[in-house]
Design a protein around this ligand. Structure first.
Ligand code: FES
Length: 68
């Protein structure tokens, strides 16, 4: 895929992603710059539900596996 999680893995960035992008974990939690966050489509309900469980949630948090 071309989501941030896949790209991170390609470049050996240490981002976990335990569920491989099926929105069943929050280990791919990333915190974006506000500019970047604003440019993206809104997170879906599934993503928001998972994000609520992410450690250190911020206003510009996303699940890395859902961000293209
Ligand atoms: Fe599990 Fe992203 S890898 S929600």
């Amino acid at each position: 895929g071309d989501d941030i999680l896949s790209v991170a893995h390609e470049y050996d960035v240490d981002l976990e992603g335990a569920c491989e992008g099926s929105i069943a974990c929050s280990t791919c939690h990333i915190i974006l710059e506000e500019d970047t966050f604003d440019r993206l489509e809104e997170p879906g309900d599934d993503e928001n539900d998972m994000l609520d469980m992410a450690f250190g949630l911020t206003d510009t948090s996303r699940l890395g596996c859902q961000v293209k």
